[in-house]
Design a protein. Structure first.
Length: 131
């Protein structure tokens, strides 16, 4: 998406990147180095920090202990969303992963409240009476 300039061409679209960005938060600092491999790349094809700062990220799957800390260093915590990967992940695994997020000391209680509820309410402009 960065290479195809999706983020710069469509700045008003709010993308939700799944699985805490997968490997992206861990390797993002290497993206600007691609200019050395391909001098034809433009600045907006290399601005991973800028692109990530405007996107939303769900925490489906096993995002602890490397992905989540790396992601939180790069994004606004108001862009972190809980997702369970149901029905693709078996229910016992979903419950276990949710419990790990609920009980981790890696996230403050206010950040957990944002991730589990408030950020999605704001993003989707939900009314509390609808929930």
């Amino acid at each position: 998406m960065l290479d195809k300039r999706i983020f710069s061409r469509f700045p008003n679209i709010k993308f939700i990147i799944p699985h805490a960005g997968a490997v992206l938060p861990i390797v993002a600092n290497r993206i600007p180095l691609a200019k050395g491999l391909n001098p034809e790349l433009s600045a907006d094809q290399l601005e991973i920090q800028k692109a990530m700062s405007t996107q939303y990220f769900d925490v489906a799957g096993m995002v602890m202990s490397q992905q989540l800390p790396a992601l939180l260093q790069m994004i606004n915590p108001d862009h972190l969303l809980y997702a369970s990967d149901t029905p693709y992940t078996p229910t016992p695994v979903v419950l276990d992963l949710a419990n790990k997020l609920e009980t981790t000391d890696m996230l403050s209680e206010p950040l957990k409240e944002k991730m589990f509820r408030q950020n999605a309410v704001r993003l989707f402009d939900l009314k509390l009476s609808e929930l």
